[in-house]
Design a protein around this ligand. Structure first.
Ligand SMILES: NC(=O)c1ccc[n+]([C@@H]2O[C@H](COP(=O)([O-])OP(=O)(O)OC[C@H]3O[C@@H](n4cnc5c(N)ncnc54)[C@H](OP(=O)(O)O)[C@@H]3O)[C@@H](O)[C@H]2O)c1
Length: 349
């Protein structure tokens, strides 16, 4: 019988994480599967949840959202998977240690997961879930661009382009994992994309399909955007701090502009702009069930078509016992244009 170990957060505002320790081997419930986690990918919210006590979760808990692995056991009513299938899943927020990713075995909800093809490594697949849901909710649930789908398959590009009528989207922060996904989803939807990034990420962001990439450090960045898109209507701010939102708002000129933000904004939003606040974790509330299914179909179709380029991966040594070190890198702002990934099965016990 398999044994489970994980990284337990045992104190509010915990500064140093203990090494992996024995935790329960969870039993999957209705419409859930147990997953042998082969790759767990870190997001900024993982360390912020500890440092700012987000969600005030009952202790002890295991956090994290993005995992890829092998289906190990089926819960009641699961028909999408069989044992041994390869999957990537987005964990629900704050619903218990069993869904956290920093463990050898976790549970995944079938409706927030996809089958992954053999061509996609577990490390790469683990970079997709949060980035996909955060980008997709902003673009398709909030701004409500049409989905580039024909049934459950991707629509031909010309058809997607016809649906959005040559609109331009500004993606601020195209080299962040969420921004890189927003660029790709927008391009698949037929939008013309202008992105911002640091200079060393220009080639990467262009390889995702952005037509133009501008350096967000340039003092005249807003003028550059306005020159390229004088009547800009749509923007996705994948950073939403350090002045990005002010620059994005100044770039929007259309009288019915819309912007999707990944963090709350306390400043003033001009009257011609509708602001959408993204809360990716809210996709699991019961009222969002139809949206979860609709966007899940897109995620599966894009992945099977090989259309999502995973974020560059930095695999940490020592499996789960490197999580404390990885959170430290992120806290110090030392994660740039890459995703920190752990392989829980490589943890020494
Ligand atoms: N609302 C939600 O549901 C939700 C969900 C997921 C994430 N988030 C939030 O979204 C943000 C991004 O997350 P992530 O995982 O995508 O981050 P990430 O990949 O760790 O972002 C790092 C990247 O951001 C770029 N960057 C930093 N400051 C920038 C600026 N002022 N302008 C443009 N680019 C800048 C950096 O580029 P350079 O190295 O080139 O400077 C770096 O490549 C985080 O704050 C996260 O907490 C929110």
């Amino acid at each position: 019988m398999a044994q489970n170990i994980g990284i337990l957060i045992t104190e509010t505002y915990q500064k140093k994480l203990a090494p992996a320790q024995a935790v329960e081997l969870w039993e999957p419930g209705k419409r859930e599967v147990r997953v042998k986690v082969m790759a767990a990918a870190q997001n900024p919210v993982d360390w912020k949840q500890i440092d700012y006590n987000f969600g005030n979760l009952p202790l002890p808990y295991i956090n994290g959202f993005d995992a890829a692995g092998v289906v190990d056991k089926l819960g009641e009513g699961v028909t999408k998977y069989k044992v041994g299938d390869r999957t990537a899943a987005f964990s629900p927020l704050g619903q218990g240690a069993k869904y956290g990713i920093y463990q050898k075995y976790n549970l995944a909800r079938v409706d927030g997961s996809i089958l992954i093809p053999q061509s996609l490594s577990f490390d790469d697949a683990a970079t997709l879930p949060t980035a996909f849901w955060t980008a997709a909710i902003g673009l398709f649930s909030l701004i409500r661009f049409p989905l580039p789908l024909e049934g459950d398959k991707l629509a031909p590009l010309a058809q997607a382009q016809a649906q959005v009528e040559a609109e331009t989207l500004l993606v601020w922060g195209g080299s962040s994992s969420v921004g890189a996904m927003a660029v790709q989803l927008a391009v698949a939807s037929g939008l013309r994309v202008i992105a911002t990034a640091g200079k060393r990420s220009f080639d990467y962001v262009q390889s995702l399909g952005a037509e133009v990439v501008l350096d967000y450090h340039d003092v005249d960045i807003v003028d550059q955007i306005k020159a390229l898109a004088p009547n800009l209507r749509y923007a996705y701010d994948a950073i939403s701090e350090h002045g990005s939102t002010e620059s994005v708002l100044s770039s929007l000129a259309h009288p019915a502009s819309e912007v999707a933000l990944v963090l709350p904004y306390a400043g003033t939003v001009p009257g011609h702009v509708t602001r959408h606040q993204i809360m990716s974790g809210a996709i699991y509330v019961p009222e969002q069930a139809a949206e979860l299914a609709r966007l899940g179909t897109l995620w599966q179709a894009l992945t099977m078509a090989g259309r999502l380029i995973p974020h560059p991966v930095r695999v940490m040594p020592r499996g789960l016992d490197s999580v404390d070190e990885g959170f430290g890198l992120a806290r110090r702002g030392e994660v740039s244009g890459e995703k920190i990934v752990y392989r829980p099965q490589e943890t020494e016990v």
